[in-house]
Design a protein around this ligand. Structure first.
Ligand code: ATP
Length: 224
């Protein structure tokens, strides 16, 4: 039995979405033969301050970026829930939707993966999903021991193993190294420089049209 094609889940702040998300997601869609990749922007991030752009605006940019790519789905479930957006709740709701047999693959970059043991109810995550870790440029430090100890027995090396069970495996999957971050894109925009070619043109046009990520206006009192 080849099993069901897994569903990929890429959660994030997407503040804004960029080619570091999109290219790696496409590579995983193809390499792991995923049925789809769900891009799930968080409403209220658990591990950082509130973004300056609203969740609705970040979701709209995700929609623009993913539209037209077969297999890419913008998923608004975290915007429909109150309170902090916890991945464990998102996974439970996806599991209820797809049933017990379809494999889920939570996709995380190495930076996010190294922090996994700080996530809400983190040891439950692999009960709901596999985890696929993609190397991100510059993140090479060893894993925190508590995380290393937890994941070692769950590591799998074969892509096909993702289809044999619905959850519980951890796969390290190589992807093209793109040193692109939303932090850098926000910094460029705040300085009035162009982030062109780091993110889709349609996203950048919308950012400009809505005047997002602009430098904070100088208060009147400071100019007097
Ligand atoms: P910020 O710079 O604001 O922290 P970010 O660029 O890291 O944002 P997120 O929305 O926080 O983007 O990332 C969502 C997920 O995508 C995380 O698992 C992160 O590791 C991964 N990711 C982001 N950028 C890349 C990249 N260039 N290559 C591989 N994975 C990435």
């Amino acid at each position: 039995m080849s099993g069901h094609h897994p569903i990929g889940i890429l959660g994030g702040t997407f503040d804004p979405i960029h080619y570091g998300h999109l290219r790696t997601a496409l590579e995983l869609l193809e390499a792991l033969e995923l049925a789809e990749v769900r891009f799930i922007p968080c409403r209220i991030p658990a591990h950082r301050g509130l973004p300056m752009v609203t969740a609705e605006q970040r979701l709209a940019l995700v929609r623009l970026a993913t539209d037209g790519q077969p297999g890419f789905v913008a998923d608004d479930r975290e915007l429909c829930r109150d309170g902090t957006s916890y991945m464990v709740d998102t996974l439970a709701s996806l599991r209820a939707e797809v049933g017990p047999e379809t494999p889920l693959c939570l996709i995380v970059g190495t930076d996010a993966f190294r922090e996994l043991h700080t996530w809400h109810r983190w040891q439950e995550l692999t009960h709901w999903t596999h985890i696929v870790v993609m190397q991100r440029p510059g993140v090479l430090q060893p894993l925190p021991p508590v995380l290393e100890k937890f994941i070692t027995p769950q590591v799998i090396f074969d892509v096909l193993a993702l289809r044999r069970k619905p959850a519980g495996g951890v796969l390290f999957q190589p992807v093209t190294q793109l040193n692109i971050s939303a932090t850098h894109i926000r910094a460029l925009l705040a300085q009035g420089q162009s982030p062109r070619y780091l993110l889709p043109e349609v996203v950048l046009t919308s950012i400009h049209d809505q005047r997002l990520y602009r430098p904070a206006p100088i208060p009147d009192s400071a100019t007097r």
